[in-house]
Design a protein around this ligand. Structure first.
Ligand SMILES: Cc1cc2nc3c(=O)[nH]c(=O)nc-3n(C[C@H](O)[C@H](O)[C@H](O)COP(=O)(O)OP(=O)(O)OC[C@H]3O[C@@H](n4cnc5c(N)ncnc54)[C@H](O)[C@@H]3O)c2cc1C
Length: 317
C-alpha cells in the first residue's frame, strides 16, 4: 500500500459499491488532484467490487477478508490500514455505516473528523451544512482528516470501463471484540433504499390520512420509484420510519423528487434539496417548499395525484 495515500472505504451491498461510496471516491479524486496523492480504495469482506473501484478511479485497491459488517471489527481494520499507510486522509460515504466508522477511527488515530462534507473548497477545507441547512461552514481538519461525504453532493466519478489497478490482500489481526453480533435479521420494511433511488415520491401531513397516503405509493410504484415521507407522516403511522427524509431521516438525492402535501420545513428540505428535479404539490401557494421546487403545483393533492396517476397510466399504455 502506497504511503500517505488517500484511503477511501467503499461500502458495498450485494457486491456493488453503494452510490454514496462512489461519491466518496469522487471526493478523494478531487483531493488527490489538489495534493498529488494516490487514492487507495479499501474493500472489506468481498473483493468483488475491485473492478468497479478501478473503473471509477482508484489508483490501487486493498482488500481485507472479513465477515459481514461489525462496527468493532471494521473499525479495527480501517484503523490498522490508516496507520500502516500513514494516510493523508480517510474518506467514507455518509451511509449506513460510514458515520459510525468515521467517528471511531478518527478517535483511535487522533485525527480530525468532518461529517457530511458537501464540497472541497479551493483551500482544501471541507464545506458542510449545519443547523439543518441554514448555515454552511468550511472545516480544515488538517492532514489525515477522516471525512464522510454527504449523499448527492459530489456525484459519481467518471467511469473508465476495463481499467485495472493492483489489488493487494492485507490481513489485520482480529482482537477479541467487545460485542459480537449473533444474528442480523433484515425486516421487510428495511429493504427501502431511499439513498440510491432515482425517483422518490414523498408524502407529508397534507396527505391527510393513511388511506390517502396510498396515492403516494401508487404514484411511486408507477414511476418505478421509492416512497419517502416527512416526519409527521411517520409519526402518524402512515408509513414506517425508515422512509423519513430530512435532518433526522435520510439525506436523498434522486433525479426526481415529488413532494405531496409537504410544507418545506428546513428540517425536511435539508434532506432532499440535492435532488435533481423537484416537483411540489401544495394547496398553499406560499408554502416554502415552492422555494426549492423546479415545478410547483398549487392545489389539493387529493385532486392532483389521481389525475397524475391516470395520465401516466394512459401514456404508459
Ligand atoms: C430536530 C428536528 C428534526 C426534524 N427532522 C425532520 C426530518 O428529518 N424530516 C421531516 O420531514 N421533518 C423533520 N422535522 C419536522 C419539521 O420541522 C416539520 O415539522 C415537518 O417537516 C413538517 O412536515 P409536513 O410538511 O408534512 O407538515 P406541515 O408542515 O404540517 O405541512 C403540511 C403541508 O401540507 C399542505 N396541505 C395540507 N392539506 C393539503 C392538501 N389536501 N393538498 C395539498 N397540500 C396540502 C399544507 O399547506 C402544508 O404546507 C424535524 C423537526 C425538528 C425540531
Amino acid at each position: 500500500m502506497e504511503k500517505q495515500t488517500i484511503l477511501v472505504y467503499l461500502e458495498t451491498a450485494e457486491d456493488q459499491v453503494i452510490k454514496v461510496s462512489l461519491e466518496a471516491l469522487n471526493a478523494a479524486r478531487q483531493l488527490a488532484a489538489k495534493t498529488g496523492k494516490n487514492v487507495t480504495a479499501v474493500l472489506i469482506g468481498s473483493a468483488a467490487a475491485a473492478g468497479a473501484a478501478a473503473a471509477y478511479g482508484a489508483d490501487e485497491v486493498v482488500h481485507v477478508a472479513a465477515d459481514s459488517y461489525q462496527a468493532d471489527r471494521y473499525t479495527e481494520i480501517l484503523t490498522a490500514l490508516y496507520q500502516r499507510a500513514e494516510a493523508s486522509a480517510l474518506l467514507l460515504g455518509s451511509g449506513r455505516d460510514g458515520k459510525e466508522l468515521a467517528a471511531r477511527v478518527a478517535a483511535r488515530v487522533g485525527a480530525g473528523c468532518v461529517t457530511d462534507a458537501m464540497a472541497l473548497a479551493e483551500d482544501g477545507s471541507w464545506v458542510r451544512s449545519v443547523y439543518g441547512g441554514s448555515l454552511q461552514e468550511s472545516v480544515d481538519a488538517g492532514v489525515g482528516a477522516v471525512v464522510t461525504v454527504r449523499s448527492g453532493t459530489f456525484g459519481k466519478p467518471e467511469e473508465t470501463a476495463g481499467r485495472t489497478v493492483p489489488v493487494t490482500e492485507e490481513t489485520v489481526e482480529n482482537s477479541e471484540l467487545k460485542a459480537v453480533i449473533k444474528e442480523a435479521v433484515q425486516e421487510l420494511s428495511e429493504s427501502v433504499n431511499l439513498e440510491d433511488a432515482e425517483v422518490i415520491v414523498a408524502g407529508g401531513r397534507g396527505m391527510g390520512s393513511a388511506e390517502n397516503f396510498q396515492l403516494v405509493r401508487d404514484l411511486a410504484e408507477l414511476l418505478g420509484g421509492v416512497v419517502g415521507a416527512s416526519r409527521p407522516a411517520i409519526e402518524d403511522g402512515w408509513v414506517p420510519r425508515n422512509h423519513q427524509v430530512g435532518q433526522s431521516g435520510k439525506i436523498v438525492a434522486p433525479k426526481l423528487y415529488i413532494a405531496c402535501g409537504i410544507s418545506g420545513a428546513m428540517q425536511h428540505v435539508s434532506g432532499m434539496s440535492g435532488s435533481g428535479y423537484i416537483v411540489a404539490i401544495n394547496k398553499d401557494e406560499d408554502a416554502p417548499i415552492f422555494d426549492v421546487a423546479d415545478v410547483g403545483i398549487v392545489g389539493n393533492v387529493m385532486d392532483i395525484l389521481p389525475l397524475m396517476i391516470e395520465e401516466i397510466k394512459a401514456r404508459k399504455s
